[in-house]
Design a protein around this ligand. Sequence first.
Ligand code: F6P
Length: 337
Amino acid sequence: MQKINLTQFIIEQQGRHPEASGDFSGLLADIAVACKAIAGAVARGALADVLGSAGSGNVQGEEQKKLDIIANSTMVAANEWRGHLAAMASEEMEHILPTHQRGKYLLVFDPLDGSSNTDIAMTVGTIFSVLKHPDPNRDPAPEDFLQPGTQQVCAGYAIYGPNTMLVLTTGQGVNGFTLDRSLGEFLLTHPDMRIPEDTSEFAINMSNERFWHPPVQRYVAECRAGKSGPRGRDFNMRWIASMVAEVHRILNRGGIFMYPGDTKDPAKPGRLRLLYEASPMAMIVEQAGGLAITGHERLLETRPQSLHQRVPVILGSKNEVERLAAYHREACQPLAA
Ligand code: F6P
């Protein structure tokens, strides 16, 4: 059967909302165009001289790769004159970027997640989240972006691996589209993606073990103990160092991903950024039947305090995330007298 493309999918969805003006559909189409262009740059790699460091740092003091900057300006260029947005914010921009028109929406994105992987031809991706501008009659301010994840209108990512895919949710399940390079179109190949509730696969950067808090140490120790431990079965471990790739694996075959809070650097309550990494991924995971927590609270209910805030992240198959939530609760119980 012929597969429907992203444009047809968007028009069909828009048809279910008679009040829709077409702005949101236009915005999604613009994001998709940017992702195709970024996929092209990532794929050309050394041939286009886009690998390696840009010789600069981002607002968090991390080294910027050339592709970080290219991906950021591609997303900005695809959106800034189109009229759907009031402002954008990204990992690679210290301040918000108001657009030239007063659109209804705000776009926040990580232009190239896992960018240390670009130089070694490994999977990377773009993560994005769409919020409503609380008052389109006035200029956007940084505070307008500080909305909990439950307020997201849409969340998605593009993954640049052996296939380029766009995976998104508007709050009615998760759908995955694969880029057909011969047509230049994203085609719906993964309708209604669901995360299995159980898993025997976990992903965490084990080198940080000594810095983790006790509930995470306990959980991972039990997984590693395998058949002879309290879980009574063997677990497998994966670490790709690209959150997009980890979440994509989990959406396809289940699993749990953790970048928990730790004691490594007291100034950082986690590694991943709330607004443009954790929140959109949490919405996707929940919409696919999984769960996402910080440890003690539901990730989507975390109230952002600042644009580039970091947060602990534990997400994936429901029953494993629930187990970790229980370990966190137990760790807080006062000791019996
Ligand atoms: O900055 C985000 C990120 O690249 C994620 O995509 C990934 O999960 C994580 O950082 C990798 O961290 P580490 O370098 O500790 O493996």
